[in-house]
Design a protein around this ligand. Structure first.
Ligand code: C5P
Length: 201
């Protein structure tokens, strides 16, 4: 039986790092679904129409450089509000989730829309200020020229757009376990996530 773990939450809450570590610890495959929206957003910035951009995605697009910039993140959250773009990306995500050997998917709507029957659902959160601090450190380390105020405004704008959209808004599934990482270092957050998952295996 495939075992599916859904990890959702807002930007920079730690879900990407937690998902990667959980997948490595359990030997499962991992899909960062944000990359699907980032790659679509990137293609729209390059001039494609959103639905065509989503339909034309190929696996190599997810490995493209330059998907982690604030500009692409904003473009991703704009295309992610379009129902036709979301619909075009559903089958790929569900097929990934059904892999033999187990899968971890992280995103915004995995537990609510993509995998409502996931074996474990985690909703990873942290305060907007803490998330902005983490994202600022990542961006500065990557050589991006940004200020703390810009990053906090960006995080808040994306949160609002992700939570307020009509189609698949960011929210915890009713049966999700919440993990607030505001006061946790990343190793503790990973250990807590694994402890929750192991109670369901
Ligand atoms: O997780 P990441 O920051 O890479 O996601 C980029 C954007 O893609 C998010 O702000 C969100 O709008 C969108 N997204 C989504 N559903 C997902 C994953 C990401 O709408 N499952």
């Amino acid at each position: 039986m495939p075992f599916t773990i859904a990890i959702d939450g807002p930007a920079a809450a730690g879900k990407g790092t937690i998902s990667k570590a959980v997948a490595a610890a359990l030997g499962y495959a991992h899909l960062d679904t944000g990359l699907l929206y980032r790659a679509t957003g990137r293609r729209v910035l390059d001039g494609l129409e959103p639905l065509a951009a989503a339909q034309a995605l190929v696996a190599e697009d997810l490995a493209r450089d330059g998907l982690r910039t604030p500009e692409v993140a904003q473009a991703a959250s704009r295309v992610a509000a379009l129902p036709e773009v979301r619909a075009a990306l559903v089958d790929f995500q569900r097929a990934f989730a059904r892999r033999q050997g187990g899968a971890v998917l992280d995103g915004r709507d995995i537990g609510t829309v993509i995998c409502p029957d996931a074996d474990v659902k985690l909703f990873v959160t942290a305060s907007a200020e803490i998330r902005a601090q983490r994202r600022l450190a990542e961006l500065l380390a990557g050589g991006h020229d940004v200020t703390a105020d810009q990053v906090l405004a960006d995080v808040r704008e994306r949160d609002a757009r992700d939570m307020d959209r009509a189609d698949a808004p960011l929210k915890p599934a009713e049966d999700a376990v919440r993990l607030d990482t505001s006061a946790l270092d990343i190793d503790t957050a990973i250990a807590q996530a694994l402890a929750i998952i192991r109670t369901r295996q």
